[in-house]
Design a binder for this molecule. Structure first.
Ligand SMILES: [Fe+2]
Length: 236
């Protein structure tokens, strides 16, 4: 089923509850109404232009529960825009058990995945070949800043407080371990974060699935409750 506005609204209401439960305070604009954004002036351009804020996607999978993400981008820059020189980015990820992005690698982004609260995060890693395929090689990865040698498709389990670094050119997929996390309304939720070099979601992601797209079309089956990061109106 294509990603619907009702799914996005529900996911964001849940995301706010999960962040509250784990005492992760979000910036004020995480809670802004449509009306507040409609009236917001050019002084808020960094949020719009760097696509900060809520980001809900099914990557075009039609299977949001398993292949999807609910994120909040807290900071980012734009490598081609001198107004936004930050070379770093931070995202909060709300992780329902088992939900994941499609396997992908980044051409230039280096990202640290940090298991913050709730259950465990499982991270599956494979080195990409120079041609962008799946390599059979072993490769070193920093887990809690300690070098480990992994084989192709090896899974690393991160418990809260643990983290690892994913260099560019490393195929990755990660998700909250089934049966772990905070129980809420029939699901289980964990919180993780990503601290990375500047993030360009339009150009830097290499997916393997033909259908994979970062910002899919949304079916408007009920009124929007929050603007997503790609939806803000221009300054009023
Ligand atoms: Fe990634």
């Amino acid at each position: 089923m294509p990603l619907t506005r009702s799914t996005i609204n529900k996911s964001l209401r849940t995301a706010i509850k999960v962040a509250e439960h784990f005492h992760f305070a979000l910036p004020p604009y995480a809670h802004w109404s449509l009306d507040q954004w409609n009236k917001a002036g050019a002084e808020h351009d960094e949020v719009r232009d760097c696509m900060l804020g809520w980001d809900v996607t099914d990557f075009g999978s039609g299977d949001f529960e398993n292949i999807g993400r609910v994120l909040f981008t807290l900071r980012n820059g734009r490598s081609n825009d001198p107004r936004y020189p930050k070379a770093y980015a931070e995202k909060l990820l709300i992780d329902p058990e088992n939900q994941r992005a499609p396997a992908h690698f980044h051409r230039s982004k280096r990202e640290d995945i940090i298991c913050r609260h709730g259950g465990n995060i499982l991270v599956q890693l494979t080195k990409a070949t120079p041609e962008g395929g799946w390599s059979d090689e072993k490769f070193p990865i920093q887990v809690n800043a300690c070098t480990r040698i992994l084989g192709p498709r090896e899974v690393v389990r991160l418990t809260p407080g643990e983290s690892l670094t994913i260099p560019p050119g490393t195929i990755h997929q990660f998700w909250a371990e089934e049966g772990t996390g905070w129980e809420f309304e029939g699901g289980r939720y964990s919180l993780s974060s990503e601290i990375s070099s500047v993030c360009d979601d339009w150009n830097d992601n290499v997916f393997f699935e033909e259908w994979a797209i970062r910002f899919p079309q949304i079916v408007e089956d009920e009124p929007r409750e929050f603007y997503l990061c790609q939806e803000y109106p221009t300054a009023g």
